[in-house]
Design a protein around this ligand. Structure first.
Ligand code: SAM
Ligand code: DTB
Ligand code: SF4
Length: 331
């Protein structure tokens, strides 16, 4: 059975046929690989300058000790990983990291916090970070968990451009990965972000043991958001020792790399104008698979030696890859 949960705005919209029924997305997954990549390339070239890549740098501004139980996450307090709980970074440290990211060529700076959601007192320092990072001439993004009424507006007023909040997986698989917040809660936060006029960064994780039908279910959810997200991070699960998913999958890849490439291509076809980000897992995927992801329509990456708590290809390796593939970073 497949489920399509819709944003809460507009019962009419919920009653209307979805733009992308799960079956239509699943049919894309079933195409011969070359046909799928050809279609993705056609869509990509109709909507974007080919051979360009948008660079976002991540910084964990509050690491570890999180109350949630996301089965993939090394930052959950209840998972015994090597990640310790740390205090929030101070504003100057964040600005220094943003300045370095800009000097290295990033155009967007994304600040992540291991929270269920920001408490009002936590929001104040984050607003100061957003103001100062924005003043450097960078696009700003934050991922702080679920937002309460009014918080998205305050972030917007401080100069936030994007809010990242992922749906993670298909509704019917979600309960096996996270129990401390519902799918509906995620859609509600996305509605708040949209209603505040922020741009939406929303994607998910593949390689968690989900089926192809469930990967199609995730992409359908994203593509049926109205409007669909401006940025779509497609993460490959990074298996971290001490997390439930590492235990369940024994640290072994649960996904054929070509299936990851297919997921990128399907995201590109169903969300033509979005920046589709080849996100976590690039180090493990290696250069040939990354090259296929760009061919499949990915046009954004996380850039910098670290994601939040795990590694990412270093800047020199990425510059060498861009040179090899003839990719130019977007200003
Ligand atoms: N705590 C906030 C939240 O969960 O909403 C924001 C930060 S959280 C780390 C942001 C996203 O990172 C998650 O929704 C998930 O999609 C992704 N993520 C976390 N751990 C990951 C892992 N091990 N592999 C791939 N993606 C991961
Ligand atoms: C997203 O979709 N992926 C990023 C960002 N948004 C916040 C996070 C990836 C985290 C990978 C595991 C880690 O480094 O802790
Ligand atoms: Fe907490 Fe976010 Fe990790 Fe879930 S993904 S445990 S909410 S930091």
């Amino acid at each position: 059975m497949t489920t399509v949960l819709r944003g809460s705005r507009g019962a009419d919209a919920a009653a209307a046929a979805p733009r992308w029924p799960v079956a239509a997305v699943a049919a894309l997954f079933e195409l011969p690989f070359s046909d799928l990549l050809f279609r993705a390339q056609q869509v990509h070239r109709a909507h974007h300058a080919p051979n360009t890549v948008q660079l976002s740098t991540l910084l964990s501004i509050k690491t570890g000790g999180c109350a949630e139980d996301c089965g993939y996450c090394p930052q959950a307090a209840r998972h015994h990983t090597s990640v310790d709980s740390e205090a929030m970074l101070d504003v100057d440290a964040v600005v220094a990291a943003a300045r370095a990211a800009k000097a290295a060529g990033a155009s967007r700076f994304c600040m992540g916090a291991a929270w269920r959601g920001p408490k009002q007192r936590d929001l104040e320092p984050v607003l100061a970070m957003v103001r100062k990072v924005k003043a450097l001439g960078l696009e700003t993004c934050a991922t702080l968990g679920m937002l309460k009424d009014g918080q998205a507006e305050r972030l917007r007023d401080a100069g936030l451009d994007y809010y990242n909040h992922n749906l993670d997986t298909a509704p019917e698989f979600y309960g096996e990965i996270v129990t401390t917040r519902a799918y509906r809660d995620r859609l509600d936060t996305l509605d708040r972000v949209r209603d505040a006029g922020l741009s939406v960064c929303c994607g998910g994780i593949v390689g968690m043991g989900e089926s192809r039908q469930q990967r199609a279910g995730l992409v359908a959810q994203l593509a049926n958001l109205d409007p669909y997200p401006e940025s779509v991070p497609i993460n490959h699960l990074v298996q971290v020792e001490g997390t439930p998913l590492h235990a369940a999958l024994h640290g072994e890849a649960a996904l054929d790399p070509l299936e990851f490439v297919r997921t990128i291509a399907v995201a590109r076809i169903t969300m033509p104008k979005a920046l589709v980000r080849l996100s976590a897992g690039r180090r493990e995927l290696g250069e040939p698979v990354q090259a296929l992801c760009f061919l499949a329509g990915a046009n954004s990456i996380f850039y910098g030696d670290r994601l939040l708590t795990t590694g990412n290809p270093d800047v020199d390796a990425d510059r060498a890859l861009f040179a090899k593939l003839g990719l130019s970073p977007l200003p």
